[in-house]
Design a protein around this ligand. Structure first.
Ligand SMILES: NC(=O)c1ccc[n+]([C@@H]2O[C@H](COP(=O)([O-])OP(=O)(O)OC[C@H]3O[C@@H](n4cnc5c(N)ncnc54)[C@H](O)[C@@H]3O)[C@@H](O)[C@H]2O)c1
Length: 254
């Protein structure tokens, strides 16, 4: 059910963390994958995949740029002939901001990457996926798209926006055979989390407290999110659309 031979995927934010894990999982299931990122390090990830005989290419892509989106989608089509799967994964934590000290500029930066980026991805990739006969879009939200966290107002708002944007898109595109689901990871040990913790004087204490907030008493692994992306991308989830797939070691069950 998770065989993706003949399918083509575009994964944003694929130079690091969850995007790289998703790209590996999709390619190992047989898909050709265009990895995109604003960080050139994505070239190394795509190169390592190609070295293992997987179909992978990389393109520089800032998800806040409409022109970059148009070019990335064209690149997927010209490289691999079609587009079936979009993983809207690129995102930033944006740092810790108490609401009353939060600048409008920081708010807009976080919203533009985490929410506008997903909106643009849907608009640019949707028609191409429809032209391929339908497919699957996975929007990477967060547990913080379902529950709040102090100091993370813009991040929570952006991820909550992704949760509901996903449902609206799912309803509009069900007739076109495009499934659109959101994925809600708990804390996963990636540079996004480790850099945010490193920026705090009490980073080690916060890390321990965050782990303890997960009933499974650990952070997730990027691979565990890659597997969830593969599930949503493939026919294993063929009757799921507009759904929220939570992969959080029990964080939001409490
Ligand atoms: N790690 C976690 O605990 C966690 C939990 C829930 C949700 N998420 C979400 O998962 C996604 C991936 O996060 P991660 O933990 O792998 O982070 P990460 O920092 O390891 O990777 C994010 C990638 O996105 C890229 N990126 C950032 N802004 C971009 C832009 N404007 N255009 C293109 N690429 C851009 C970065 O260069 C980076 O390669 C994000 O949307 C994040 O909010 C992460």
């Amino acid at each position: 059910m998770t065989n993706l031979h003949g399918k083509v995927a575009l994964v944003t934010g694929a130079a690091s963390g969850l995007g790289a894990a998703a790209a590996w999982a999709l390619a190992q299931a047989g898909a050709a994958v265009l990895l995109t990122d604003r960080d050139l390090a994505g070239e190394e990830v795509a190169g390592a995949m190609a070295d293992k005989g997987l179909k992978a290419a990389f393109r520089l892509h800032d998800v806040t740029s409409e022109a970059d989106w148009a070019a990335a989608v064209e690149h997927a089509i010209s490289d691999f002939g079609r587009l079936d799967i979009l993983v809207n994964n690129a995102g930033i934590s944006g740092g810790r901001h108490e609401l009353l000290d939060h600048s409008l500029e920081a708010w807009r930066t976080i919203l533009s990457v985490n929410l506008d980026g997903v909106f643009l991805g849907l608009r640019h990739a949707g028609p191409r996926i429809a032209a391929a006969g339908g497919g699957s879009v996975i929007n990477v939200s967060s547990i913080l798209g379902k529950v709040g966290m102090p100091g993370a107002a813009a991040y929570c708002a952006s991820k909550g926006g992704v949760t509901l944007l996903t449902k609206a898109a799912a309803l509009e595109w069900a007739p076109h055979n495009i499934r659109v689901n959101s994925l809600h990871p708990g804390f996963i040990d990636t540079p996004l989390v480790s850099n945010a913790l490193a920026a705090r004087d009490d980073g080690n204490e916060v890390r321990v407290a965050l782990m303890a907030a997960h009933p499974m008493a650990r952070f997730g692994l990027p691979r565990e999110i890659g597997e969830a992306v593969l599930f949503l991308a493939s026919d294993a989830s063929s009757f799921m659309t507009g759904a929220e797939l939570v992969v959080d070691g029990g964080y939001t069950a409490q």
